[in-house]
Design a protein around this ligand. Structure first.
Ligand code: HMG
Ligand code: MG
Length: 297
């Protein structure tokens, strides 16, 4: 496979912390995100402006976003479900807003309390207002490769919501394997269909590593021409409204593979490891990534 530049989007401060039982102190979150900003990462999803009762771990979203030091060249993004979330995100001046929905009805309802049909106008309005405020907008599609409630998800459903997101003006759609059920063959089959309709450079892959398949799925995606991957430092993460959704693909493991394959990310492995050790101490449990096992040894 030809070496090329790969964009790694760090989602640990959002997807990672949203599922942790421990509330990480606001100042520690800020210090950690500042560390991440110095690693060479060009994109960090720092928090989410969802309802604090739904995600108590990120109830301090505004203070976190206002407290961090912004490094030029780094995009600071946050998850936003609706107009109220956007109001808070704009008050906190994030660079990019990520809107989200699921390809399966049952997960969408469980996660954001609406049918897909009800969700689309809410997201459309949020995207419109975010763009009008000068923010870029990203879209997430969850349960692309399987739903915890419905099982198999037809690729037509993924196409429908992906098209709807692009029509709202999102610059990129991230395809979520929310509960980590995908396998490389399925990734190939789904991407063959999606890449017939959407450009690779406008899609990102968002794998959870529940069944240890994430890295194999990345490799397949790379072979299919994908260049943007979401990951979470140390393998933190999950979705509390998807039973069985454990951590994301680990940024440190991803980086080890990409570096070894001559793919360029611009991220400093040593600085990333220091940031992983910092958050590991704050959450008080060993992080699951392979590289962190080496770090602990
Ligand atoms: P709802 O209860 O249906 O909201 O929740 P509502 O619109 O009926 O409003 C009820 C009250 O909540 C109102 O207050 C609103 O103002 C307030 P009241 O008038 O009663 O005083 N409210 C808010 N407050 C603060 N911030 C807001 C907000 N919105 C409403 N943004 C809602 C609907 C979407 C808000 C809720 O279901 C929610 O917050 N869900 C988020 C769940 C979540 O964060 N899940 C994890 C992230 S998704 C994920 O992890 C997957 C991903 O990683 C990709 C992958 O892996 O596949 C992205
Ligand atoms: Mg996720």
């Amino acid at each position: 496979m030809e070496p090329r530049s790969i964009r790694v989007k760090e989602v640990g401060p959002r997807d990672g912390l949203q599922n942790e039982a421990v509330f990480v102190d606001t100042n520690d979150k800020i210090a950690w995100i500042n560390q991440l900003s110095s690693t060479g990462l060009s994109y960090i999803e720092i928090t989410s402006f969802v309802h604090p009762k739904w995600i108590p771990a990120l109830a301090d979203a505004v203070r976190v976003a206002q407290g961090i030091e912004r490094v030029p060249g780094v995009t600071y993004a946050a998850l936003v479900p609706n107009a109220r979330g956007l109001e808070r995100a704009l008050a906190a001046n994030v660079d990019e807003v990520s809107i989200f929905l699921s390809a399966s009805e049952a997960h969408n309802r469980s996660n954001i309390n609406k049918t897909i049909q009800e969700t689309l106008p809410v997201l459309g309005e949020t995207a419109h207002d975010a763009l009008a405020a000068g923010k870029s907008v990203r879209g997430y599609v969850s349960t692309v490769f399987g739903c915890p409630y419905e099982g198999k998800v037809p690729v037509e459903n993924v196409i429908r919501v992906t098209e709807a997101l692009f029509e709202m003006g999102v610059s990129e759609v991230s395809l979520g394997d929310t509960i980590g059920v995908a396998n490389p063959r399925q990734v190939q089959e789904v991407l063959e269909v999606l890449l017939g309709r959407f450009e690779a450079k406008r899609l990102a892959m968002h794998f959870h590593d529940t069944r240890g398949m994430a890295m194999a799925n990345v490799l397949t995606s790379l072979a299919m021409g994908m260049t943007t991957f979401d990951s979470s430092i140390g393998g933190l993460g999950g979705c509390p409204y998807a039973p069985g959704a454990s951590g994301n693909l680990a940024t440190d493991d991803l980086l080890y593979m990409l570096d070894g394959m001559g793919m360029k990310t611009g991220i400093d492995t040593e600085k990333l490891r220091e940031a992983a050790c910092f958050i590991q101490e704050k959450i008080g449990r060993p992080l699951p990534s392979h590289n962190m096992q080496v770090c602990q040894a």
